[in-house]
Design a protein around this ligand. Structure first.
Ligand code: PRP
Length: 192
């Protein structure tokens, strides 16, 4: 599959300033909800780390952080054909107020799997913040507690999101225009 040669060939959906403004708003909203209570963030690798890095600086709370490595689309060019945990949590979440940090909520497969996995570890509370929500692609009827932006059914990259591991470092979110055949290849369903 051929890739765009430069970021100029990718259409901007959310510019850096708009993202930064919204992340600050989310930080204020989350701070108000958890005020006075320690909050344990769990970033889902790899896509969420750019968002998490900005969000944590927008929170006025006592915060700890852990990461869970999990992948649903293999290398971004074809389905991995299986759920893959690539890194488990470093410490127990029992009795903690946990906020899962995601870059995008798409079919909801990942979210549903994660919610089951983390609930069994007995956190005091479990909520999810996602920078991007694509409700038109939802298969599992799940919703995030905090949403940065609701976006159309387009393949997006940048601000942590990749295509075949590329474009994660773009400061904005851009649409990658793919042919229907390329999209079908990228989105080949993985068994859950
Ligand atoms: C993306 C994203 C979510 C998941 C959402 O991860 O980070 O975890 O897909 O999709 P879903 O709602 O359809 O399950 P991806 O598997 O692309 O891995 P990455 O974060 O390492 O790029």
């Amino acid at each position: 599959m051929s890739l765009p040669q430069s970021e100029n060939q990718l259409e901007i959906l959310l510019d850096a300033e708009k993202i930064q403004r919204r992340v600050k708003e989310l930080g204020a909203e989350i701070t108000a909800e958890y005020r006075g209570r320690p909050l344990h963030l769990i970033g889902i690798l790899k896509g969420s780390w750019v968002f998490l890095a900005d969000l944590i600086r927008a929170l006025d709370l006592e915060v700890t952080v852990d990461f869970l490595g999990f992948t649903s689309y293999g290398d971004g060019q074809s389905s991995s054909g299986q759920v893959k945990i690539t890194k488990d949590l470093d410490s127990s979440i029992e009795g903690l107020d946990v906020l899962v940090v995601e870059d995008i909520l798409d079919t909801g497969h990942t979210f549903q799997y994660l919610r089951g996995l983390l609930s069994r570890r007995k956190p005091k509370s479990l909520k999810v913040v996602t920078l991007l929500d694509k409700p038109l692609r939802r298969i599992n009827p799940v919703t995030a507690d905090y949403v940065g932006f609701t976006i159309p059914d387009a393949f997006v990259v940048g601000y942590g999101l990749d295509f075949a591991q590329k474009f994660r470092g773009l400061p904005e979110v851009r649409v990658l225009h793919l042919t229907p055949e390329q999209l079908a290849e990228v989105r080949a369903p993985a068994p859950r």
